[in-house]
Design a protein. Structure first.
Length: 441
């Protein structure tokens, strides 16, 4: 046999032994040959040259000059050169290709499924920060205005209910009839204003049940208290000869201011009784007294400006309601010792003053601080215990409560500390100067 014949017999075997893999080994039908022969280009050593700009493992295109071709493996008894026609990809090897770099999913808060991603709250929470003057003014304004507006609406409602039964002249009749009329008038005013003020807490917290409960309690308390206040106001007003002919305007204003201040005291009782907090009860009494006095003081000057009659009573009762609500809110701002401000979440800007020894926070409508829309909170999630510059947060849930970004079970609070429950942040502030926060859990 000639040398050329020997080479012709060895060449096919040499090509088959390079990887010894065929389409049958991969359980795959061989692709039909392309129409027309395709001769591979030969390299310097006689082997095939890889085409340029072929993506490598799903990455960017790389030229042949940039990426050296790996040497073809040699098999014992076979050749190390020659073309290999193999169609092989990752799906044939049961390997899922990577779509690119991935980020870990956020952990579900407190062992509960996520309704949305938990985001880190903005700001530096590694240590407590003081509330700036601008922040304090904004917080106070956001919490004074709702009470002032509610009180004003209550006053307007009271005018609408009482005006059809009110005469422009001084009421004539027996003492009993006069007292009865004033009890009805004072009770209506007290009920309307106290009902509106009592509903504010629930409305601003987006809690319909709490708003309805506050409005109902305010209505009952204001009706009884306002009726009693109306009788006492008439007694004082009469003793000071209010409304008599020839009475000096200043004495008239003073008499009416004292009389309406007594009605305001009973209006102010409603928020404290609703909250079952002694501190808020005191604030309401003081604020109601001031607001009632302001409303009474403005009554006669308003009558002189608008000409008396129904319009003067409308403006005066509206002013009484606005002054009562505003005064109650201002007194609360001035006398507060510790409070929480929602710094992130649906109720951002809402303030909760800590009145009691224990303040519960959670999704329950019965919580002292209800977070109804926070899916990451449990019914009674945590509580703040203590007072007089010594406040401690205690976790009550089966999951996590964070303070300044750190999971805690029990934590001493300092002014500026941020409590995170799900996606809601509550910043703690206190007037007492500063003990540094000390973690105890």
């Amino acid at each position: 046999m000639s040398d050329d014949a020997t080479k012709d017999q060895e060449a096919p075997g040499a090509s088959e032994n390079i990887l010894d893999i065929s389409a049958e080994d991969l359980d795959e039908e061989p692709e039909p040959a392309a129409a027309g022969p395709s001769e591979p280009k030969a390299g310097p050593d006689g082997g095939p040259v890889a085409p340029a700009n072929v993506p490598f493992a799903g990455g960017p295109s790389t030229s042949q000059a940039d990426l050296p071709a790996p040497p073809l493996p040699s098999v014992a008894g076979g050749a190390s050169s020659g073309a290999v026609d193999i169609d092989l990809d990752l799906s044939d090897l049961d390997v899922e290709p990577l779509a690119g770099p991935t980020k870990p999913l956020p952990a579900a808060p407190f062992g509960m499924p996520l309704s949305g991603p938990v985001t880190a709250l903005p700001g530096d929470f590694t240590k407590g920060k003081k509330q700036t003057m601008g922040e304090a003014v904004i917080t106070a304004t956001l919490n004074i205005l709702p009470l002032a507006v509610a009180g004003g609406l209550g006053g307007v409602l009271a005018w609408g209910l009482t005006e059809p039964f009110t005469k422009d002249i001084q009421v004539q009749g027996t003492l009993v009839q006069t007292m009865r009329s004033m009890a009805l008038f004072g009770g209506t005013v007290g009920a309307c204003v106290a009902m509106a003020i009592g509903a504010v807490e629930g409305i601003t917290a987006s809690d319909v049940q709490r708003a309805a409960r506050g409005a109902g309690l305010g209505l009952g308390i204001g009706l009884v208290g306002g009726g009693l206040g109306g009788v006492l106001a008439q007694v004082v007003y009469g003793a000071m000869h209010g409304g008599e002919q020839g009475q000096g305007i200043m004495l008239q204003i003073l008499a009416r201011s004292i009389g309406w201040a007594l009605v305001g005291i009973f209006i102010g009782l409603a928020p404290g009784i609703i909250a079952r907090a002694k501190g808020r009860l005191v604030n309401g009494i003081v604020g109601g007294l001031i607001g009632g006095a302001i409303g009474g003081f403005l009554f006669d000057p308003i009558a002189l400006v608008v000409g008396g009659g129904g319009l003067s009573r409308l403006v005066a009762l509206g002013a009484l309601g606005v002054a009562s609500g505003m005064a109650i809110a201002v007194v609360e701002q001035v006398r507060k010792e510790a409070w929480l401000v929602i710094s992130a979440g649906p109720l951002t800007g809402k303030q909760f003053i800590l009145y009691n020894q224990t303040t519960n926070i959670g999704r329950s409508p019965d919580a002292d601080i209800p977070l109804m829309k926070e899916m990451g909170a449990t019914a009674q999630h945590c509580r703040i215990v203590g007072g007089h510059a010594d406040y401690t947060l205690e976790n009550l849930s089966g999951g996590s409560t964070l303070v300044n970004g750190r999971v805690v079970s029990r934590q001493r609070l300092g002014s500026g500390d941020v409590i995170q429950i799900g996606n809601t942040g509550l910043t703690f502030y206190e007037k007492a100067a500063g003990k540094a926060p000390q973690g105890v859990g």
